[in-house]
Design a protein around this ligand. Structure first.
Ligand SMILES: Nc1ncnc2c1ncn2[C@@H]1O[C@H](COP(=O)(O)OP(=O)(O)OP(=O)(O)O)[C@@H](O)[C@H]1O
Length: 232
């Protein structure tokens, strides 16, 4: 889908956090949002997915205004959100975590679970294990796999590699790159791993104190520019 964010402002209580932010993601493109701690990246994502109301501005999914829709209605329009922190139902097995979503979609859901496991083959060996006993990296893969079972058109990922050991970070990075190549999935990615995020992205945006302070094309050669901008 095409995501269009226009003049978006939001915050908590009376405190403004995100101010006058606008950008577009074309179908099948990946946009990375960079910025220092506290810049408002998570807050921006929360407004786009609808867990935090927009104060001003508009959010459109393929031309339809969604900024007043509750989160589950945005999900119905093709959004999937993987929040920070490798979230899963810890008492349920990895398989049950996937089935919880897949059952809703019947046979299509089962096919999508198989596809998601092709993307994260390491999870196949772990399906019987309670999610609470998986490593952070494995749980993050499970969280992304579960989001993919909904067959999203827009995937919003908040720091998917945060606190995860480097070998698993590489697996997650490769999966994200594969996803964006393979289908018309638009991805909005907040990342601390600037090098990876910018290399994988079609465009990167820098948020500074809640405002967009820089935007540039992504790609393998763009990381130096992103690092330079962030060091300013
Ligand atoms: N629930 C909340 N209530 C009040 N203020 C909040 C809340 N959550 C975040 N903030 C504040 O909003 C600002 C932006 O936070 P946010 O989490 O969006 O930043 P971030 O760029 O995602 O940071 P990080 O990289 O550390 O995750 C910060 O000043 C933070 O303290």
């Amino acid at each position: 889908m095409r995501l269009e964010v226009e003049r978006l402002s939001t915050g908590y209580g009376r405190v403004p956090v995100v101010r006058d932010v606008g950008f577009t993601i074309e179908p099948g493109r990946l946009t990375a949002i960079l910025g220092h701690n506290g810049a408002g990246k998570t807050t921006l994502l929360r407004a786009i997915v609808g867990v935090l109301p927009a104060r001003e501005g508009s959010i459109r999914f393929s031309g339809t205004e969604v900024s007043r829709l509750r989160p589950h209605l945005r999900v119905r329009r093709g959004l999937a959100y993987v929040p920070q922190g490798q979230q899963a139902f810890g008492q349920l097995t990895a398989a049950e975590n996937l089935r919880l979503v897949a059952d809703y979609y019947g046979a299509a859901g089962r096919r999508r679970v198989a596809d998601a496991l092709d993307l994260f083959p390491a999870l196949r060996e772990l399906l019987a294990r309670p999610a609470g006993l998986l490593s952070g990296g494995q749980r993050q893969q499970l969280a992304i796999a579960r989001a993919l079972v909904t067959d999203p058109e827009l995937l919003v990922l908040d720091e998917p590699t945060e606190g995860i050991q480097p070998s698993v970070v590489t697996e997650i990075q490769e999966a994200i790159a594969t996803l964006t190549r393979a289908r018309e999935l638009s991805v909005l990615l907040v990342e601390q791993h600037v090098g990876f995020a910018v290399a994988a992205a079609d465009e990167f945006l820098v948020l500074t104190s809640g405002r967009l302070s820089h935007r540039g094309p992504g790609g393998p050669g763009a990381a130096a520019e992103a690092h330079r901008v962030l060091a300013l």
